[in-house]
Design a protein around this ligand. Sequence first.
Ligand SMILES: Cc1ncc(COP(=O)(O)O)c(C=O)c1O
Length: 370
Amino acid sequence: MNFESLAKPAVLTQPIYEPGKPIEHVARELGLDPAGIVKLASNENPFGPSPRALAAAKQALEHGELYPDGGCFELRQKLAARHGLGADQFVVGNGSNEIIELLGHVFVGAGDEVVMGAPAFVVYKLVTLLFGAKAIEVPLRDWRHDLAAIAAAITPRTKLVYVCTPNNPTGTANTEAELVAFVRALPDHVIAVIDEAYAEYVENAPDLRPLIAEGRKVVCLRTFSKIYGLASLRVGYGYASAELCALLNRVRQPFNVNAIAQAAAAAALDDVEFAQRCARENRAGLRQIEQGCRELGLEFVPSVANFILIKVGDPSTGSGQAGLRVFEALQRRGVIVRPVKSYGLPEWVRVTVGSREQNERLLRELAVAR
Ligand SMILES: Cc1ncc(COP(=O)(O)O)c(C=O)c1O
C-alpha cells in the first residue's frame, strides 16, 4: 500500500492553489536581477507596511521565546473599537484564508453544497472540495456577482454562500443595498460569507454590521494582507455574531496567529493616516493604469480594488492563450503579473496597482509585451 492509497479521496482530487510567483523565484528562473523586478501579481501593498506596524513587529520579536496570546485579546479590542462591535464578535486567523478554512471545519461536510460566484477567489472552492462538499459556481453577470442567480442556486443542502466584494479577480463590487437585500432574503439554514478583503480601498464601502445586529446569518471577512501591507505575517479576521465567532474559535489552532503579526496588525489599525494615503494612491494608480490601457487600446474591467483585469488578447485572432503569452513576455521583462486562465479568463491578465513608478514601468513593458 502506498501513501496515496491511504489518503482521503478528497485529497487526491484536490486542485492546487497557484500563487503569484515570488520575485526571487522569477529572478532565479530567468537569470534576472531581483532588484529590477516588479511584482504586481498578488495584490500586495506597493508601499509596504505602515512604519508603526513595522516598529511594533520588531518590538514583538524581542519576545520571540513566548507563545502568543492565543485569544488575540489586544487586537480584538482594537478591532472592536474600530468597527463598533463587541470584542467577542471577532475571530482572528492566520490570514483570512484560515477563516475560510474554519468555516469549512464548522459547517461543511460530505454531501453539502457551498454556493459561490465564478470567477471569484479560488480558495472558497478549494476549501469546499477539501471538506468533501460540492462547489456550486454561479457565473458573474456584467463582471459582478449575480445575487439573484446565487439566491436561485441555493438548495436545502446549501451551507454557505460566498460573495466576494470587491471581487477577486474582477475588482468589481456589489452595492450595500444589493447585499443587504440578498442576506435578508436568505433561508434560515444558509450562512452568507461576505469577503471584504479589499473593502478598505473602496470609498463608502458597504456597511453590513446592521445585518449582524439584526441577527442575520452573516460573517464578513477582512485581511491585513492588502491595504495594511502585512501579507507575509498572515493575519486576517472575521466579524459576526458572538455565537458564530465562538464556534469558529473552537476549531482553530490554539496559537494560530503569531505575536509579531498580532502586534503589527494592532499598530497598523492605529495608523489610519497611512491606510488612507494608500487608498488615495491606489485610486490615482487605477486611473493611471486605465488611462495607459486606453492609450494602448486595451480593454479593462473598471475596478474599485487594488488590481485590475486587462484584456490582452482576442479569441477571434489569437490562440486563446494571450494571457499566458503576455504574462510570460512581461515576466521576461521583469514585471510579474497574474495570468487568469485558471479563472476561465485566458485572454486576460490581472495586474496589481503599484506605485506610480511601478505602474509606469508596467505600461511601458505592456506596450512591448502585448
Ligand atoms: C478575496 C480574497 N480573500 C481573501 C484573501 C486572502 O487573504 P489572506 O492573506 O488574509 O489570507 C485574498 C488574497 O488574495 C483575496 O483576494
